[in-house]
Design a protein around this ligand. Structure first.
Ligand SMILES: Cc1cc2nc3c(=O)[nH]c(=O)nc-3n(C[C@H](O)[C@H](O)[C@H](O)COP(=O)(O)OP(=O)(O)OC[C@H]3O[C@@H](n4cnc5c(N)ncnc54)[C@H](O)[C@@H]3O)c2cc1C
Length: 312
């Protein structure tokens, strides 16, 4: 029987929405779906995974060595239990892009990246050329399919009846050549950019790191994630994990508000799955207005304080 194993992404407290999106993708393949949760103190996370519709079994592996996101350790654990799975899938988030290629390499297979649609058990579609073309990918039958799921293309699976949670002991040995030192993460309590339902983003027009505070303050007011164009990142106005686009993050919030972003194709690639796109730009000819659902030709330095005053 073909079975799919999904690697759960979590932050030690909560399951990331990307896991339910992977389940939605795996459901299209039609196999039984197991989810593996690895880490320390993961009872709550395993319970969250068990509530996802379509999941048969949650395999919970509790170990201190798996508490940190160290791909080499997590991959070894997944590979140790890979037998019996025809498909092993993870999200195309930073977590999955780090982990899944390691699993593929250890299993000696090529990774299928960024699945946007499933057309058969071994046939998939993914966007290429900054989303301007869709390519059909056929994975060889008879070997494990290791794949990342383009989370922006999938609606998260809903709540199910409740899957079984099976606790297992770790069976791999922690790496002796890589070790966890520390985690430095920006954004504080702000929602994760890749799974946020609202995102407020700024471009080169912000002009400085100090003025980027306008973006953060508005984002915090409406509980949104904060994003940026590459020009803003390259100029040093904000950290590069905020970059949205072809060489940044591909996101699909319900609401995306872009301030002072021109709408270059490489940026649009990252937001084309967003629900409602709002653009504020001084230039009425800015290409972002071609994709925006709501456009406002105005100065962001006037609009953001006005929005904050109305919302606050
Ligand atoms: C291979 C490659 C990959 C790339 N990957 C990415 C990517 O992942 N993400 C990405 O974003 N870019 C990417 N780029 C860069 C992309 O081509 C653009 O250069 C970049 O997106 C431009 O950023 P921007 O819109 O902030 O800046 P600009 O293009 O300079 O636009 C600034 C906009 O702000 C407006 N403006 C100015 N002042 C104000 C004001 N006061 N109020 C309101 N509006 C104002 C202007 O009218 C203008 O439209 C990539 C490029 C290449 C070649």
């Amino acid at each position: 029987m073909s079975k799919t194993l999904i690697i759960a992404e979590h932050d030690g407290q909560n399951l990331n929405l990307s896991t339910a999106k992977c389940v939605a993708c795996a459901a299209k393949i039609g196999n039984d779906i197991d989810v593996i949760v690895m880490g320390s103190g993961i009872d709550g996370i395993s319970a969250q995974a068990a509530r996802i519709e379509g999941v048969s079994t949650v395999i919970a592996i509790e170990a201190d060595d798996l508490a940190q996101i160290l791909a080499v350790n997590l991959a070894a654990e997944v590979v140790a239990m890979a037998d019996g799975y025809s498909h092993i899938m993870g999200p195309s988030t930073t977590f999955g892009r780090d982990l899944m290629p390691t699993i593929a390499a250890l299993l000696g297979v090529n990774q299928v990246s960024d699945i946007a649609a499933v057309t058969g058990s071994h046939q998939f579609q993914r966007p290429i050329y900054a989303g301007n073309a869709v390519v059909d990918v056929a994975a060889p039958e008879g070997v494990t399919v290791v794949a990342t799921v383009r989370t922006a293309s999938w609606k998260a699976a809903g709540d199910g009846a409740g899957a079984t949670v099976e606790a297992r002991a770790a069976s791999s040995v922690a790496s002796d050549h890589s070790r966890y030192v520390s985690l430095q993460s920006g954004g504080g309590e702000r929602p994760d950019l890749q799974t946020a339902t609202r995102v407020v983003a700024g471009g080169r027009a912000l002009g400085s790191e100090e003025d980027f505070e306008l973006i953060y303050s508005l984002a915090d007011l409406i509980g949104a994630g904060a994003g940026a164009s590459r020009a803003a990142v390259d100029a040093g106005y904000c950290p590069n994990d905020m970059q949205v686009g072809q060489t940044g993050k591909i996101i699909s919030p319900d609401l995306y508000i872009a301030f002072g972003i021109s709408g270059a194709i490489q940026h649009i690639t990252g937001i084309k799955d967003a629900g409602t796109i709002v653009a504020v730009n001084k230039d009425t000819e800015a290409p972002i207005f071609e994709v925006a659902d709501i456009g406002l030709a105005a100065d962001l330095f006037t609009v953001i304080p006005e929005m904050k005053a109305l919302l606050g």
